[in-house]
Write a protein that binds this ligand. Structure first.
Ligand code: CO
Length: 164
């Protein structure tokens, strides 16, 4: 496994459509493993192949530590409801913006060995999955977001908020 460089906004690779994965081989497995390592190293909850310079339909999400979902050639087959919230992107470091997303999505995708699977994502998981799937179409959240800004840095010491 190896860390890969994360492409940042401004690079035109992030605006291109990804091609379908047709070979489910060791190279694909290595790409996915590297993407997971790169995502964790950057403290992200998701990453898509174009963010590491590869124009293939591969993305992973880890909305909760340890719960990784790998999506190859993913397609949204159903969606329901709407939610709006702030999100960020490893390719737009230091910023967040407010985006409308579906509340629930059903996704058909392949796994790393080519098997077909169906997933249901809800709430924050649906945000993460649809954000990453947008990358595969060359769409950055900044093209959909309002109120893009740098969040205030966390307090250095003391001043912890009460837990209620
Ligand atoms: Co992103």
């Amino acid at each position: 496994m190896a860390l890969r460089n994360i492409v940042v906004e401004g690079d035109e690779i992030l605006t291109k459509k990804c091609r379908e994965v047709v070979k489910f081989d060791d190279r694909l497995a290595e790409l996915i493993d590297d993407m997971i390592e790169t995502m964790r190293n950057a403290e992200g909850v998701g990453i898509a192949a174009p963010q590491v310079g590869i124009l293939r339909q591969v993305c992973v999400i880890e909305p909760e530590p340890g719960y990784v979902t790998e999506l190859i050639n993913p397609v949204i087959i159903e969606q329901e409801g709407e939610q709006e919230g702030y999100e960020g992107c490893l390719s737009v470091p230091g910023y967040i913006g407010c985006v409308k997303r579906p509340m629930k999505i059903k996704v058909r995708a392949q796994n790393r060995t080519g098997g077909l699977e169906t997933f249901e994502f809800e709430g924050f998981d649906a945000v993460a999955a649809s954000h990453e799937m947008d990358h595969l179409k060359g769409i950055l959240y900044t093209s959909k977001a309002t109120d893009i800004h740098k969040p205030a840095p966390p307090e250095e010491d003391g001043a912890e908020e009460a837990d209620e």
